[in-house]
Design a protein. Structure first.
Length: 256
């Protein structure tokens, strides 16, 4: 009877505490240890991953903005000072011309390449390197880029140049598509002297992998090559990884 009374009293005590919203130790019957309940720890929130950013350039804008579509950058000087992050986009307004050299800093990843592209309606945006810049688009030492939907003109050596700089490094994923490349202002004096699109290596043991050139037209230039992908003839441990280059139709070359 004594044990039965203890059980009944303990049940009443627990019920009463539950009604008033308390959770405290209640002595066990038979002289045992008091029981207690430990609150479950909340699950921490997942880490916040910064989203990629789209930057806009309209070289016909009256002033240099913040890089948004409503307030675009107005020259190549500002994007040249940016270190781009994986997944970022640099978008040029169609129907406009930007003069100078675009030097790309920062690399993407296999999951999130960096994209250079057009926005708006109208003709392809023109990037014009003129006669005083070695390149119009410089991709030296970077990787994981998609370059597409642009007209690339001028420069005094190569309109688009990508060099593998670091030793013993494979540079991945340079995809170039739907480009019109022309008017490289370099008079070739020998074979391999300048070009419309030039890939090369300068770091010993470095190479490229996953190079795609798709739907590109190269025309009206005085440089030696239309598209020149150098496989390290000067040093057998430089060059391109096997099977790494894809050239698709719509490539044309016309020298002035």
């Amino acid at each position: 009877m004594k044990n039965e009374s203890c059980v009944r009293a303990r049940a009443i005590a627990i019920a009463g505490l539950a009604v008033i919203g308390l959770l405290v130790p209640v002595a066990a019957c038979g002289g045992g240890q008091a029981s207690s309940s430990t609150a479950t720890q909340p699950t921490p929130p997942p880490p916040v991953i910064s989203p990629s950013t789209a930057y806009y350039v309209n070289c016909s804008a009256a002033g240099n903005g913040s890089g948004t579509q409503a307030s675009p950058w107005s020259s190549l000087a500002t994007p040249n000072a940016v270190t781009f992050q994986p997944g970022d986009q640099l978008l040029f307004m169609r129907g406009t011309t930007c003069s100078g050299m675009l030097t790309l800093n920062g690399s993407g990843t296999s999951a999130a390449p960096i994209t250079i592209d057009a926005y708006g309606a109208g003709a392809l945006p023109i990037l014009d390197g003129g006669t005083s810049n070695q390149n119009t688009i410089n991709l030296n030492g970077v990787q994981y880029y998609n370059i597409q939907n642009l007209a690339v003109r001028g420069s005094n050596y190569a309109a688009i140049q990508a060099f593998a700089l670091a030793a013993n490094t494979t540079y991945e994923h340079i995809h170039i598509s739907n480009l019109d490349v022309s008017a490289v202002n370099h008079v070739a004096s020998k074979r391999g002297d300048g070009g419309g699109i030039l890939f090369g290596v300068s770091g010993k043991g470095s190479n490229f992998d996953d190079v795609v050139i798709d739907g590109v037209t190269v025309h009206d230039l005085t440089a030696a090559q239309g598209i020149d992908i150098r496989a390290g003839s000067a040093n057998s441990d430089r060059g391109l990884s096997g099977g790494s280059v894809l050239w698709q139709p719509k490539m044309a070359e016309k020298r002035r």
